[in-house]
Design a protein around this ligand. Structure first.
Ligand SMILES: [Zn+2]
Length: 321
């Protein structure tokens, strides 16, 4: 039987009338709003490997940060039932249980980008993991929202037993004084946080370059441009593969429709754009599940191709634990 819109409204009106009937006042206690956040933690399986998305929080990513005409940005926002401004983007990190090792990909922003971030420690605790249980931190790149959580306010390692694994190209770039002096003033502090983290883990640091096996089922996928060593990662097990593409997308509302739009803090925007296009095309071609550090938490989903752009299709809630 099909329910016409009119019938549905009539049915709703009936429900409303029913709700207005007097009911026992002892049906339940009034519960005030909690005004507290619940840690963001969602797990799913990739073959035999458990991947846990951890939400560090949200940061402002206004349309003006993108090389985006305001009218088109506003149109896209309206189409997604979002206000054109301010634009918020999540910051995600990922815990990978490889079976023999526990790996954290990126560490959140800690206090470097304000009070809406720095929730990763609570998310990690909610996932049942202590910082000293992490065997390796793998960095997608060395921007503050990815490295900030690796050190405490004294510049000491938060992860007492973790090796730091980072791309050689990023490590070199963030220690390049010429690059620092050429960087826009607003982005100069990015160098200090990258250097502080590299220093804290100096005696247990490993670098990689190109596409390579890092730890068992975890491989690096170079996606340069956002930073010189910006890297995604694949996790593969039993025929299943997840591509964690890091900062290929900073705002899902804009960049699937306009892969050519990049944020102002891309080190090489044209190169970042071609890496984005390559990652989208690979995800479409292989039907890959993807996730990323700024996709709507937990970020798991697929990329669909449109006539002249792309579309993100969020995955259903995982039930395969
Ligand atoms: Zn980022």
């Amino acid at each position: 039987m099909s329910i016409s819109r009119r019938n549905l409204f009539a049915a709703s009106a009936g429900l409303a009338a029913a709700a207005a009937l007097p009911v026992s006042r002892n049906a339940g206690a009034a519960v005030p709003p909690a005004h507290t956040e619940i840690p963001g933690v969602i797990r799913r399986k990739v073959g035999k490997i458990e991947v846990t998305a951890l939400l560090d929080g949200y940061m402002e990513m206004p349309a003006a940060l993108f090389s985006a005409p305001y009218e088109e940005a506003a149109r896209l926002a309206r189409a997604q039932f979002q206000a054109p401004t301010p634009r918020l983007s999540p910051v995600n990190a990922f815990l990978i249980n490889l079976g023999d090792r526990l790996v954290l990909i990126d560490t959140g922003a800690a206090d470097l980008f304000g009070a809406t971030l720095g929730k990763l420690p609570r998310a990690l605790a909610a996932a049942g993991v202590r910082p000293d249980q992490i065997d390796a931190i793998v960095l997608s790149h060395m921007h503050p929202d990815h490295v900030g959580g690796a050190i405490d306010e004294h510049g000491k390692p938060v992860f007492a037993n973790a090796e730091l694994i980072v791309s050689e190209a990023d490590l070199v770039y963030w220690h390049d004084d010429a690059a620092l002096s050429q960087a826009p003033t607003a982005f100069k502090p990015f160098f200090a946080s990258a250097r502080a983290v590299a220093k804290a883990y100096a005696n247990r640091r490993t670098t990689f370059s190109g596409e390579t096996e890092l730890l068992g089922a975890l491989r690096s996928v170079p996606l340069p441009g956002h930073t010189p060593g910006h890297t995604g990662f694949t996790v593969s097990s039993e025929g299943a593969t997840l591509l964690i593409w890091a900062d290929v997308v900073h705002h899902a509302t804009f960049q699937f429709a306009h892969p050519e739009w990049g944020p102002a803090f891309d080190v090489d925007s044209a190169l970042a754009g071609s890496s984005r296009k390559r990652a989208f095309d690979q995800a479409v071609h292989d039907g890959l599940m993807v996730t990323g550090m700024h996709l709507p938490f937990p970020g798991f989903g697929h990329v669909a191709e449109e006539s002249d752009s792309y579309r993100f299709v969020a995955a259903e809630w995982p039930y395969d634990l």
